[in-house]
Design a protein around this ligand. Sequence first.
Ligand SMILES: Nc1nc2c(ncn2[C@@H]2O[C@H](COP(=O)(O)OP(=O)(O)OP(=O)(O)O)[C@@H](O)[C@H]2O)c(=O)[nH]1
Ligand SMILES: [Mg+2]
Length: 227
Amino acid sequence: MKKPDGKVVLLGDMNVGKTSLLHRYMERRFQETVSTVGGAFYLKQWGPYNISIWDTAGREQFHGLGSMYCRGAAAVILTYDVNSLQSLTELEERFLALTDSASADCIFAIVGNKVDLSEDCTSPPDENRPGASCGSKVRKQVRAEDAIALYKKILKYKMLDEKDVPAAEKMCFETSAKTGYKVDYLFETVFDMVVPIIVRQKAEGPSQTVDITDYKPAKRTKSGCCA
Ligand SMILES: Nc1nc2c(ncn2[C@@H]2O[C@H](COP(=O)(O)OP(=O)(O)OP(=O)(O)O)[C@@H](O)[C@H]2O)c(=O)[nH]1
Ligand SMILES: [Mg+2]
């Protein structure tokens, strides 16, 4: 297997569509998924580099694995469902801390998926009927500004200056894995931004951290212990 030069990780609550986004991009189709167990990755050749893209499980029971997947990551794609405000809140409350193990110059993208299901409404929401329809679709629950506000909170958390990182408007995306809307744009924007990080990581020599793509299961001996 080719060795990855850099790593991109998808994080976010269960059911937001991480696996579907990755399928749509890599396999060019939308297919039924099963909730991810642990994690899985694809390798994408981008120019001279091989980028591993890690799909992680959003289910609470796998939460402990998240920081291992993020280790040394050049980019983290924080994914939510535009129809669930809770899924955006979870990014800040549950997933952001997992990125502490990512590369110091890791870039962050915030992605609102499932835009095919809802619409931005110009009329103000009815407080008594928050889920009421807007035209032929339901009203979108998360506004683009909410994602931008989260991006700015991430910069604060990471103690980064807005001047030194890509603008919030550039790093907040809305996608549909179902229709393919903006999916290529998302991944390819991220890959372009990851290249300079890979170049720097390579110039600095091999990482001190373990990449689990290198992991080979230990052989079991007769006694049942590991060799
Ligand atoms: N309408 C619509 N449904 C979507 C979209 N993306 C994913 N889904 C559906 O949402 C459900 C969850 O999608 P997954 O891709 O499995 O979600 P996940 O984030 O990988 O979930 P975990 O693996 O449990 O963390 C599936 O039924 C998908 O078919 C989308 O863009 N639009
Ligand atoms: Mg999944």
